[in-house]
Design a protein around this ligand. Sequence first.
Ligand SMILES: Nc1nc2c(ncn2[C@@H]2O[C@H](COP(=O)(O)OP(=O)(O)OP(=O)(O)O)[C@@H](O)[C@H]2O)c(=O)[nH]1
Ligand SMILES: [Mg+2]
Length: 334
Amino acid sequence: MKNNKYCIGCGVKLQNNDSNYLGYVDDLAKDYCMRCYKLINYGVYESVDIDNIDYEKIFHEINDTNSLVLYVVDILNIPHDLKNIKKYIKNNWILVLNKRDLLPLSVKENKIKKYFDELKLGYLDIEIISTKKNINMDNLMNKINKYQNKDDIYVIGYTNAGKSSLINKIIKNYSDNKAQLTISPLPSTTIGSVKIPIREHLNIIDTPGLVDNENIINYVDSKMYKKLNGKREIKPKTFRIKKDESLIIDNVLRINYLSYNNNSFTFYIPNDFDIKRVSIKNDVLKDINKKIINVDDNCDLVINGLGFIKMVNKCRIEIFINEKISIFIRNNMI
Ligand SMILES: Nc1nc2c(ncn2[C@@H]2O[C@H](COP(=O)(O)OP(=O)(O)OP(=O)(O)O)[C@@H](O)[C@H]2O)c(=O)[nH]1
Ligand SMILES: [Mg+2]
């Protein structure tokens, strides 16, 4: 008999043929696949290699353009291609910036909202939340109620943005449903779509995360995973920097400062990363890929997956980083 049962934690199709393959269960009567079972009960993470989830694939799953979409973004990892969403999305959507708890409390939410409004992405509304600390969840729920016009709403976004965590929070706060989606600090936890009934006339559909092959998370070991998934509020670290000084961030990034004017760099990266100032003559990390970048006044240098560096003055810098990890410049977000 053909099996058409899917894991209720991650949406993978269940199978009992091959224990080395995704979706394995020893007994098809079970609801969670082996990977989710181990994750939920023993905290054992098994990374999976999925690299073909892109916008087209996700929007293909949304079969009704009248359904409301929540696009979830990790506030420390704003996707470099956020502007592309306009090309793909036909639905009404809300931009949900998650992990507010990681940014210092002093950061003004209105300023962040203004930054995104000015990008003119075409969303109906925006909300800044923390699923972990339950921040602004009622505001988000009010917005869902305001804009929803079909029973089904979809939650989309890059892997690790916190989509499944968001839905679990909505279940906990606003539903009698006992369902629990699987969450983890590794990318591609959710493998297929999972539909969760919240109440009459409201179902929320979890979707697999978009995969970003240029994110630092793809190029680090398990020790670094832990550092990248910093759990505490970021304490920004400011460095006054001048010509021929270099900053070295753990063993992942080096910045050489080439300009004559002095400058101030504030790092918004997880607290466990070590930042050292050395002379430009020091050779640490100089053997990796190098890029020269000209930065304007009041810009952030974003290191995809790590966080960002707020820079004050116009300058010229030299960056050494694994060539597969993307870096880009944007106007100061905060
Ligand atoms: N600090 C903090 N961490 C969060 C928050 N929400 C989620 N996380 C963490 O982010 C990581 C990813 O969460 P998931 O809910 O699995 O993310 P996802 O978007 O469903 O990821 P995929 O299923 O891989 O697409 C986990 O380690 C969560 O604990 C939050 O509000 N604050
Ligand atoms: Mg998920």
